[in-house]
Structure formats: C-alpha cells, structure tokens
Design a protein around this ligand. Structure first.
Ligand code: SAM
Length: 216
C-alpha cells in the first residue's frame, strides 16, 4: 500500500454518497450490469441493489468494466417489489424508470433526497407492480424512432443528473459516511485480502497509520 494509493482510496470514500443507489431488476447482460456499476462508482454510489435474473443468478462481471465491482458492493434481493419496500422503509424515495400515466421527466425530481433509481430488464423493463409501489415514475424523453435507451445509458443519464444536483447542493464537499464507516471501508479497500481474516476471527480491524500503513 503506497501513500498515494491510500490517499486515492481515502479521497474516493470521502465522496461516496450512501444516500444514492440503483436497484437493477433482472438486468441479465453482464456488460450492461458492469456498465451500470461503473457509472455507480463514478457518481459515488456506495452499494447497488439487484434482483438476480430468474435464470443464472447475478451476471458475471465483464473484464472490461474497469473493475468497478471491486468498489461498489451489490446487495441481492429476492424480488423487485419487496426490494422497493425495503429501500423505502430505509428512507429512500424509489424512482422507477417506467412509462406510465404518472411518469414525469427525470429532471423534475430532487436527487438530493435519499434516492434509489429502479432500472428494468433489457427485455421486459420495470414491472407494473414494482413501478406501482415506487414513489414516482420517471422517463428520459425520447424524440427518435427507437422507444428506449440501453439500460446502462439510461442509468448514466439519470445518475449524472443526481451528481449535478448533489454537487450544486455541496453534498460532495463533506463526507456523507460516518468516521467509523470511513475507517472500516478504508481498511477493507486498502487490505481486501486481510479484512476477511479479521471478520472470520471476530476481531476489529487495526487502526491504520496516516499513510495507510499497518501497525507494526
Ligand atoms: N421493452 C422494455 C420496456 O418496455 O420497458 C425496454 C427496456 S429498456 C431497453 C431497459 C431499461 O432501460 C428500462 O427498463 C429502463 O430502466 C431503462 N430505460 C431505457 N430507456 C429509458 C427512458 N427513455 N427513460 C427511462 N428509462 C429508460
């Protein structure tokens, strides 16, 4: 662990936005799944959520994803409706990317609120049931011949609007994670091979030095 690498890890964690996330409902193509996670990393999503496709489980990661999956945890859920309810119970507004009577332009929403963007499968989109329990339905207006965007393009469009609003609100200026969470994540990101050993032994992580060095 070089001091430069540790400084990079600390800096990125200071920008993480635990109150911004996505829920991917049965997104089954690995390159789409990886591309969404890469955008999540870029805007500061700490943990993404996913309902695995009925066949095959969570997509395996694409080697070209820039390893975003190392930096964005993925929490798995049994189904979209229960996932939406769980996220709402945790204080998130869930915005379903779905065309319905109540759909609004995605730019009309306030993304400085704790927010989860619900994204649908390539073939089926978001189900009516999941869209129905979401707090709002949003769309990216389409003026061309094709009816929908690639799911990763839609995710990027919406998440960078969230980043724009959060930058304007100063939400990247001070860490959104508590000092205890930052300490834990700094250790796990800096020493991914050691962290599971401490967890298995039920021991607290050791305090790192200023430059990320392990105690002697
Ligand atoms: N046939 C599907 C349908 O009827 O919804 C198309 C799914 S689209 C290829 C995959 C996902 O990308 C959608 O479920 C949604 O999450 C997102 N998406 C694509 N175009 C979008 C748009 N214009 N506005 C909002 N989300 C969009």
């Amino acid at each position: 662990m070089t001091p430069e690498r540790f400084a990079k890890i600390s800096g990125v964690l200071n920008l993480r936005q635990p109150s911004l996330t996505v829920l991917m409902d049965e997104v089954n193509k690995p390159h789409n799944f990886s591309a969404v996670l890469r955008t999540c990393d870029a805007v500061g999503v700490l943990t993404a959520h996913a309902v695995p496709p009925k066949h095959g489980g969570l997509p395996t990661f694409n080697a070209t994803s820039g390893s975003a999956e190392k930096w964005v945890a993925v929490e798995s859920h049994a189904d979209a409706v229960s996932a939406v309810r769980q996220l709402q119970a945790g204080g998130m507004q869930v915005l379903a990317t779905h065309l319905s009577q109540r759909s609004v332009d995605y730019r009309e929403l306030d993304y400085t609120r704790p927010t989860c963007v619900l994204l649908g499968a390539e073939k089926w989109g978001v189900s009516d049931e999941a869209a129905g329990v979401a707090d709002a339905n949003i769309i990216i207006p389409m003026f061309g011949m094709v009816q929908s965007l690639n799911v990763s393009v839609a995710a990027a469009t919406i998440l960078f609007e969230a980043q724009r609003q959060r930058l304007a609100a100063g939400m990247y200026q001070t860490p959104q994670l508590s000092e205890a969470e930052l300490q834990r994540l700094r250790f796990e990101w800096a020493y991914p091979e050691l962290a599971p050993l401490y967890v298995a032994r039920g021991e607290a992580y050791p305090a790192l030095g200023e430059d990320g060095e392990l105690p002697s």
